[in-house]
Design a protein around this ligand. Structure first.
Ligand code: 9MR
Length: 664
């Protein structure tokens, strides 16, 4: 086949991201989250949990982390109900906002009746420390102090036992204690009726945050509850968000609900957040109208039966997504057609047939680069171009090369830029993986150097922009050292969900390893290295593992390169409901492989019998590594079947597979 036409139809929107059909997935396209307040008692309700798991990637316990639940009597903590929610969230790849540590309401009477400052200070600090310690590493952000400002025109704190005994400094004290308790958690101040910029209450909170920032009092974010009347947000809401953000804090919409849920009001609220880069996410205060604390006003995105309301579509559209039920025609041009042509029901088939291009990209040796093979490609489509990074190999070792082109028909003629010319430098660098880490608005190039290494760049098209290599690990993790045998530590692969990032690697000895860190800590903090998969026949689970998120599903796809009984390279595949989950075989045998020469039509000549190390064409370019299951394409390395000799001198070239038995 000639690889042009539809092969260049990148499933991206104008912003260069794939479009998704759920609130959480669409918010993630811009590095944001979309969350819901959740009640532990409703997790067993199937309609409720189906929507929760499908739509939301952040969860706030609606009442379960409040003082009257977690420390009903002094020093006696009960985290049971909140644990239920946190465990549910963790097992569904959702992050958690902790709500709330210090609040005058839902406060047990043993606290509100304390009469001396020292006792109250001890009690408050102990409450914060114990609760945050219990959830260390599991809560992304805490509402450290909630609703401390008075309504009306004073701009001052409201009376409370904390204010009355400890004075204005109680908020600062709470934030300082919180920072020591979990330095990795984001610390937020949360309040209502602070959305209108000119209100005295808004200005009071603004002065406090400005003061905290100027004195180095730890604060990372401000939560705007956004409990709105039918009119929705005040006209100045975006100004309020951006003014707070300009102080150096993140801003979030934390408890959104709008009386009668008018579509325009929801769209305006979401748009205000989308227009402020430090507005990192939106949480609605409940799922169905019947779940709401103001149920009579039907203020949420789903009706009592769990159906999407008009406001749902308005919110999804404002996030940049395409409501599944929308009947208006999408643009005809394939280059701008949304990837959400994948229906939500689209799923992977259980066997795969392919058609391959001929060799598309071959080495371009120059005076200082004597290259035998070009291999291990990684590819993204961004700003109208394909960006390909690959290993270049020769008997003298490995390096990295970069090229870009607008159409696969031009791939062969694109100039090659050797990355040893920049800060990445010369020496052993191989098997690159490129992605845009949306939370940091930065490109990452991950590669192997003997360690797992990475460089960063703000402009993928500038090959000189990559930083010098840095390592993910201080040294090879023990578990790898203990299992690697005579193998090699190769093929590092990073993928993130909405809470964590995972680093996979192989050992050419039958083991696939996985380490983990939080999204917030990435690229640091990779620990907990485990064996994610293994095979006593090392050739059956050899190397070049990839993990992808399947668009509009809760599925992840793992492929691993194997060496067949004929000595040729091919791929096996597995699926899992979570990246850290256990993998179930999909097309995982020599007779039913994921991709193999025997299941591929070589319409422009059988130039290779090996389908070896490569990468899928993704639906977007971010750290979620999302693929469209309706349109699977795999850029791979192949070689002349008659070639032999020294492995590093083999004449690898790149070709593109397109799946031919798509079920959608
Ligand atoms: O939604 C919560 C409701 O179930 C509780 O009865 C109520 C008790 O005060 O708290 C509600 O949530 C509040 C949140 O914790 C703080 N901001 C206002 C919310 C709505 O009252």
């Amino acid at each position: 086949m000639t690889v042009s036409g539809t092969a260049t139809a990148a499933p991206v929107n104008a912003a260069g991201s794939a479009q998704a059909s759920t609130l959480g997935a669409q918010a993630a396209q811009s590095g944001r989250y979309f969350g819901a307040a959740v009640a532990a008692g409703k997790l067993g309700d199937g309609t409720y949990s189906t929507i929760l798991n499908r739509e939301f990637n952040m969860v706030t316990p609606e009442n379960e982390m409040k003082w009257d639940t977690t420390e009903r009597s002094r020093g006696s903590f009960n985290f049971g109900p909140a644990d239920q929610i946190v465990n549910h969230a963790t097992s569904h790849g959702q992050r958690v906002r902790g709500h709330t540590l210090v609040w005058h309401s839902q406060l047990p009477s043993w606290v509100s009746s304390i009469g001396d400052a020292n006792t109250l200070r001890d009690v408050m600090n102990n409450h914060i420390t114990t609760q945050m310690a219990h959830y260390k590493g599991k809560v992304y952000a805490w509402d450290v102090v909630n609703e401390a400002f008075a309504d009306g025109g004073s701009g001052q704190h409201r009376p409370s036992v904390f204010q009355n005994l400890l004075g204005d400094g109680f908020i600062e004290q709470a934030f300082r204690t919180a920072r020591s308790a979990d330095p990795a958690a984001k610390l937020c101040y949360n309040d209502y009726n602070i959305e209108n910029w000119s209100d005295a209450k808004t200005q009071g909170v603004y002065r406090m945050v400005r003061d905290f920032m100027s004195r180095g009092v730890p604060i990372d974010c401000v939560g705007f509850q956004a409990h709105f009347g039918t009119g929705g947000p005040p006209a100045s809401f975006q100004t309020t968000l951006s003014s707070f953000a300009a102080l150096g804090v993140d801003v979030q919409i934390t408890e959104l609900d709008i009386a009668q849920a008018p579509s325009t009001a929801y769209a305006n609220t979401v748009r205000a957040c989308m227009n402020v880069s430090r507005c990192t996410g939106i949480t609605v205060w409940g799922i169905r109208d019947t779940d709401s604390w103001r149920a009579g006003e039907k203020p949420l995105l789903f009706d009592g039966s769990g159906n999407k309301k008009a406001a749902y579509n308005a919110a999804l559209t404002a996030l940049g997504g395409t409501p599944a039920a929308r009947t208006t025609a999408s643009p005809a041009s394939p280059a701008s057609s949304p990837a959400s042509s994948a229906s939500p029901a689209a799923s992977l088939p259980s066997s795969f047939r392919w058609s391959s291009s001929g060799s598309l990209i071959a080495p371009k040796p120059d005076a200082t680069h004597n290259i035998a093979g070009l291999k291990d490609p990684t590819v993204v489509y961004h700003n109208g171009k394909w960006h390909v990074f690959a290993s270049v190999a020769s008997s003298s070792g490995y390096g990295l090369v970069y090229l870009n082109f607008t159409d696969w028909s031009q791939a062969a003629s694109a100039p090659h830029y050797y990355l040893d010319r920049g800060a990445i430098g010369a020496g052993y660098r191989a098997a690159p993986q490129v992605f845009y880490f949306a939370p940091q608005k930065t490109w990452y190039l991950v590669y192997q150097t003997g360690n797992a290494s990475y460089s960063t760049n703000t402009d993928i098209s500038n090959p000189n922009g990559w930083s010098a290599p840095r390592n993910f690990y201080s040294s090879m993790p023990d578990i790898i050292r203990q299992n690697i045998g005579n193998g090699y530590w190769v093929d590092m692969w990073v993928i993130c969900d909405s809470a964590n990032c995972y680093l996979f690697s192989s050992d050419d000895n039958g083991h696939l390893y996985r380490s983990q860190t939080t999204l917030a800590q990435f690229p640091n903090g990779f620990t907990n290295t485990v064996i994610a998969a293994q095979d006593s026949n090392k050739y059956a689970l050899f190397e070049a593992s990839n993990v992808y998120k399947v668009q509009d599903s809760n599925q992840y796809l793992l492929i691993v390169e194997a060496i067949g009984s004929d000595g040729r390279r091919y791929f096996r595949s597995w699926t899992s409901g979570s990246i850290a989950g256990s993998w179930t075989p999909l097309a995982a045998s020599e007779s039913n492989p994921f991709a193999r020469a025997s299941s591929t039509a070589f319409t422009s000549g059988a130039w290779t019998k090996d389908i070896s190390h490569g990468e899928m064409i993704r639906a977007g370019n971010d750290q979620t590594l999302t693929i469209n299951p309706c349109k699977i394409q795999y850029l791979y390395q192949g070689l002349d079947p008659n070639a032999g000799g020294d492995y590093n001198s083999l004449p690898w070239r790149l070709g593109l597979l397109a799946q031919t038995n798509s079920t959608c």
